[in-house]
Ligand binder design. Structure first.
Ligand code: FCB
Length: 476
């Protein structure tokens, strides 16, 4: 029996992704000042094991080696983020040359290896000084973000043509200011809603700034982490729980970005908390700035029910435990772990969620290309006696999810690329170094990088555009 090869479109972007605070280290070099993640990780009890990003995987000093590593993987794109306090330490004023030079060097190394740089401006490291001035709940932060975008665009616009404003604004707003499990660790439901709006506004203002500086062909995007939210049953209560979480996780961003409006039901659900007067006249028109693609990050779906008739976990659906909810106005919603396989994060393995997500945004945003800017899994993989690292679980996870992407493309989704989270093991936010997402293992004692078997598997895919099979893996 012959099996048709699973082949992706020719110009497909095959990449890996990272974020500045998770890999760079060198937190006080070159004039860099603390971000909210430096402050947070140095606050006892905030990060497992007291881990911090002080050294991380020392990428700041091993940049050239890491680009070589990527070249060895055969990828044609790399998604990284710029550390705001490295290039604009106070969050205001001109850029710091030493910081900008680091990224210029990185981009040049990438281009020399035929790897397309995909730059994210904000992957959660707000300069601490801006948090001291109120952080994302304050409108001024959106303007500061647009100024910072301009600084970076002026420095790198001649050599980077794919620009992403924000990574996962849901996490910044609702984990940072709602449940407090992310930096800056504040727990105010109204602050979280205000932060969400000012992140949206910051995106729009930054998009305007980027457009005014960048060459005409530059592509603008934002990376969201929509929740693929499923009701536990078709009861009216469970369906309403689904609607509420969909509003707070998804439509609060997709509404303004794609349609220029917040959903009315979101206003109704949160009316007891706020009148939303922090949304000003022109904001929605600014936020609805045209995009060239939409970045989607996907890990696992969420299952919710009406809390009055269930025994679900009062968690945020992300596995992060906090006594404070990240879901303002949705106290009566429970999250449930679907049965079946889970990753080391406790997240369920369900590629159908990625398929559903891609088809959903194909309908929601017709004509807008989609890019999967993060997908991957943490497993507790360990080196064998000979030093090699076999991670068959991760290969199975990737195989399942890439098969789903292929199916979505066949069914009409215009998917232009896939970025594996992550290039290498790194600082996994409040979980510290305990959770390993890398295709490349990092020995944190020696900083030695060792490609895992998933890296070799992914390299074969990136080089050929044909999904490698699974045979042989199970015997490893
Ligand atoms: C996403 C983050 C990324 C990484 C993965 C596992 O939410 O954007 O930095 O932590 O989760």
């Amino acid at each position: 029996m012959s099996v048709r090869p699973v082949t992706f479109p020719p110009a497909f972007l095959w990449g890996t992704a990272t974020a500045a605070y998770q890999i760079e280290g060198a937190v006080s070099e070159g004039g860099r000042t603390p971000s909210i993640w430096d402050t947070f990780s140095h606050t006892p009890g905030r990060v497992e094991g007291g881990d911090t990003g002080d050294t991380a995987v020392d990428h700041f000093h091993r940049r050239a080696e890491d680009v070589e590593l990527m070249a060895g993987l055969g990828v044609n794109a790399y998604r990284f983020s710029v550390s705001w306090p490295r290039v604009q330490p106070t969050g205001r004023g001109p850029g710091v040359q030493r910081g900008l030079d680091f990224y210029r060097g990185l981009v040049d190394d990438l281009l020399d290896h035929g790897i397309r740089p995909v730059l994210t401006l904000y992957h959660w490291d707000l300069p601490q000084e801006l948090e001291a001035a109120g952080g994302w709940p304050e409108r001024d932060t959106a303007h500061r973000f647009a100024d910072y975008a301009r600084v970076v665009a002026e420095a790198l616009g001649d050599r980077v043509d794919m620009w992403t404003t924000l990574n996962e604004p849901w996490c910044s707003a609702f984990l940072g200011y709602g449940s407090g499990v992310h930096a800056p660790g504040r727990t105010g439901p109204v602050d979280a809603l205000r932060a969400a709006h000012h992140l949206n506004l910051g995106h729009g203002l930054a998009a305007q700034a980027l457009r005014s500086v960048l060459p005409a062909g530059a592509k603008l995007s934002i990376s969201l982490n929509p929740s693929v939210v499923r009701a536990r049953s078709q009861s009216p209560g469970d369906l309403d729980a689904r609607r509420r979480i969909d509003a707070l996780a998804n439509r609060i961003f997709a509404g303004p970005l794609l349609k220029g409006a917040y959903p009315q039901d979101l206003f109704a659900d949160t009316a007891a908390l706020t009148d939303w007067s922090f949304v000003h006249g022109d904001d929605l028109a600014v936020i609805k700035h045209p995009l060239d693609s939409l970045g989607l990050n996907y890990y696992a779906p969420a299952v919710v029910s009406d809390a009055t008739d269930s025994h679900g976990e009062r968690s945020d659906g992300h596995g992060d435990a906090s006594e404070h909810s990240p879901w303002p106005g949705a106290d009566a919603v429970s999250f449930h772990q679907p049965p079946g396989e889970r990753t080391e994060m406790g997240w369920s393995v369900d590629p159908t969620g990625l398929y559903d997500l891609l088809l959903h945004y194909t309908r929601e945003a017709p004509g807008l290309p989609l890019v999967i800017t993060e997908n991957g899994a943490a497993y507790d993989d360990k080196p064998a006696a000979d030093g090699t690292v076999h991670d068959p679980d991760r290969i199975r996870y990737l195989h399942g999810h890439l098969s789903a992407v292929h199916r979505a493309i066949a069914d009409g989704a215009d998917v232009r690329g896939y970025f594996l989270w992550s290039l290498m093991d790194n600082f996994e936010w409040s979980y510290g170094y305990g959770k390993r997402f890398g295709a490349v293992r990092v020995d944190y004692e020696t900083q030695t990088r060792t490609p895992k078997s998933s890296a070799h598997w992914y390299a074969a895919l990136a080089r050929t555009g044909v999904l490698p099979g699974l045979p042989g893996l199970l015997e490893a």
